[in-house]
Ligand binder design. Structure first.
Ligand code: LIP
Length: 274
């Protein structure tokens, strides 16, 4: 790994751990009558907590010190143009609803990209007890209570035996369209899992906890880091109709399964409409 990339990866992990502590310290817990202030974004159910904001603020301040001139794109509004060729893509809390409800299925997702794409990425789920990270061309890794392992290349399966993670939008018109697609997909696959964090969904696909993931409406900060982890573990990540992954559609699976689910989603116009 070249020294600059090594430094970026090391900083990325420090930032994720710092943000994870902020989120752990301020997390809501009904049993301990701990709560957090919230506000809404695109719909009454699209929540942002004061912890999302505190996490992003801390990451941005640390980056300004450590990497002046790097660009930053953050879910909660940070948007700084790069003058160095590197841009940080930050979801300070992915799985906000899970966090709000006291579930451990949330993560800090941080990626750093150059003009060729994501160079390094980390998905850190401190309460769930695992961390996924990857560097382009250097493999994907999981750290949990048993230590650190390099993820083996994912196994390919046929559509009928595939377990998919997916997600749904916050707007009711978008959900109606997604349920129409899901009603056609579900009878043709093993089952779905709806975890509530795109970043963790992609890492589940990378580690074989699901066979694949697809979602319409995930943003670059949701998927940038997890997509690199998945690619480095042998998954294909794309959009539909020869497009790259985007908020229009993200599809992630081993090569043969990716081709099958992509064809099915294209036949259902899953990337069109609301
Ligand atoms: C979440 C995404 C997830 C999606 C949720 C939500 P957030 O991001 O990671 O894939 O299905 O609706 O958008 O809002 O928790 O950062």
């Amino acid at each position: 790994m070249n020294p600059e990339v090594q430094e970026l990866a090391s900083l990325m992990r420090q930032l994720a751990h710092m943000a994870g502590e902020i989120l752990i310290d301020g997390r809501p817990d009904a049993a301990r009558s701990a709560s957090v202030e919230t506000s809404t974004k695109t719909s009454p159910t699209d929540i942002v907590t004061e912890r999302d904001l505190a996490s992003e603020k801390a990451i941005v301040q640390a980056l300004a010190q450590a990497r002046p001139g790097d660009g930053i794109v953050g879910e909660e509004g940070s948007n700084i143009e790069s003058t160095t060729g590197y841009t940080w893509i930050i979801d300070p809390l992915d799985g906000t609803i899970n966090y709000l409800y006291g579930s451990p299925q949330w993560a800090v997702s941080i990626a750093v990209a150059d003009e060729a794409g994501t160079v390094a990425g980390i998905v850190y789920a401190p309460l769930a007890g695992y961390e996924y990270w990857a560097v382009r061309g250097e493999g994907a890794y999981r750290i949990d209570r048993d230590g650190e392992v390099r993820l083996p290349q994912v196994e390919d399966v046929d559509l009928a035996h595939a377990l998919f993670a997916t997600g749904f939008g916050y707007r009711s018109d978008r959900r109606a369209q997604q349920i129409r697609v899901m009603s056609a997909v579900l009878p043709q696959i093993r089952d779905i899992r709806r975890k509530g964090s795109a970043a963790l969904d992609l890492c589940m696909a990378a580690s074989g906890m699901v066979n694949g993931y697809f979602e319409r409406g995930a943003h670059p900060w949701d998927y940038a880091a997890g997509a690199l982890v998945a690619r480095e573990a042998g998954c294909v990540v794309s959009g539909l109709r020869d497009n790259a992954e985007s908020a229009t559609m993200v599809v992630c699976a081993p090569p043969r399964l990716h081709a099958q689910i992509k064809e099915l989603l294209e036949s259902l116009d899953a990337d069109l409409g609301d």
